[in-house]
Design a protein around this ligand. Structure first.
Ligand SMILES: *[C@@H]1O[C@H](CO)[C@@H](O)[C@H](O)[C@H]1NC(C)=O
Ligand SMILES: *[C@@H]1O[C@H](CO)[C@@H](O)[C@H](O)[C@H]1NC(C)=O
Ligand SMILES: *[C@@H]1O[C@H](CO)[C@@H](O)[C@H](O)[C@H]1NC(C)=O
Length: 333
């Protein structure tokens, strides 16, 4: 413990009341003779070292039990503890409170879980965890989490962008400079292969030009976070695999989707049939299979779909505008 800085005087007399542990410290300035005596009055000991030891002990008890230690020569410092102060708890113990960074991490994980509609609670989900790290210690470390559940928020847009980057392995210096902080969409619209434009007075990401980019990995559902996306151009990426997520059907402004010459597989989601603004869909030279959904075919009649291309063998398509098979043969529908 730290003694008060005024601890310079030595009590000149200590009276110990028999064998009882309670001690009385008399005003040291009033007593001249340095002596330690039992209550019987018999002098016991005159050694300085013994006196000093007793003095220290007595002081501790005094601090403990005396309500006011003020004397003419000792002023209790402004930081003086209350009279009930006990030396045994002298070491200040600050209650552990979460550091801001821990709170930040918690908030980011919560936002990520909301936006991905699943728990992001471990590092097993590599691309989403990378996005968490981006907001914790990377370029997004200062982006507000307050409004993250709102799909219009900057957090939401950036979350989609980083999950897409990590999931599709977009390797580009402008996309991967995580030391550079971003604070609004203007910082991001300079990234290569990404286009922004003003839609309804709002600056938005409207096009991803990711063709011939040596992409691998999969298209994540989070791509639907780009609310005003008008074009996904990702052709000629033979290592891009996995399904077309049905969430792509949420991209209500999409006009152009080019996924030919990729390794995407599975069936064409029927949700694409809701994309009334879709005018061009190219899906040939892929591993897509099954039948072109009727919902998509009907866009040719009721929507704006003027270009619909598939291989027409692995993926059967009666309504395609052009069939192009894996051997490169082009068959007019
Ligand atoms: C996927 O792309 C990333 C980034 O370009 C690259 O580091 C990685 O080696 C690629 N993996 C495969 C299996 O091609
Ligand atoms: C394409 O996907 C298939 C499985 O669907 C896999 O066997 C093949 O290696 C993949 N091709 C490339 C270039 O990644
Ligand atoms: C269809 O295309 C026309 C002409 O380009 C356009 O005016 C119209 O808004 C489009 N419809 C939809 C639903 O996007």
């Amino acid at each position: 413990m730290t003694l008060p800085s005024c601890w310079t005087f030595a009590p000149k007399s200590v009276i110990i009341d028999g064998s009882s542990p309670s001690v009385i410290l008399e005003d040291p300035l009033e007593i001249d003779e340095r002596s330690v005596i039992f209550s019987s009055g018999r002098k016991l000991y005159r050694s300085w070292s013994f006196i000093l030891l007793l003095v220290a002990t007595v002081f501790l008890f005094t601090v403990r039990f005396t309500s006011n230690l003020k004397s003419r020569r000792c002023r209790i410092l402004p930081t003086a503890r209350p009279s009930t102060y006990s030396p045994t708890t002298a070491v200040p113990s600050y209650a552990p409170s979460p550091r801001p960074s821990d709170q930040r991490l918690e908030n980011v994980i919560q936002c990520a879980s909301i936006l991905s509609s699943k728990n992001i609670d471990s590092k097993s989900d590599a691309s989403r965890w990378k996005a968490v790290e981006y907001f914790y210690s990377g370029g997004g470390r200062n982006i507000e989490t307050n409004d993250c559940a709102n799909k219009e928020s900057f957090f939401s847009t950036m979350y989609s962008l980083i999950v897409v980057r990590e999931s599709m392995n977009i390797a580009n210096p402008t996309w991967n400079d995580d030391k550079k902080q971003v604070s609004d969409l203007l910082d991001v619209c300079t990234w290569k292969r990404l286009h922004c434009s003003s839609v309804g007075g709002l600056l938005s990401i409207t096009k991803l030009s990711l063709n011939n980019a040596d992409l691998n990995g999969t298209i994540p559902p989070e791509i639907s976070g780009f609310l005003r996306l008008e074009a996904i151009v990702a052709f000629s990426n033979p290592k891009l695999n996995g399904n077309i997520p049905s969430e792509v059907g949420l991209l209500s402004n999409i006009k152009d989707m080019q996924l030919h010459f990729t390794n995407v597989s599975g069936t064409v989601p029927t949700s694409l049939g809701t994309l009334s603004s879709l005018s061009s869909l190219r899906l040939y030279d892929t591993r897509l299979e099954g039948v072109m959904p009727q919902e998509v075919c009907s866009l040719r009649d009721v929507g704006n779909l003027t270009v619909l291309e598939a291989d027409c063998t692995l993926l059967q398509c009666n309504c395609c505008t052009k069939c192009k098979n894996l051997d490169g043969a082009v068959l007019e529908a």
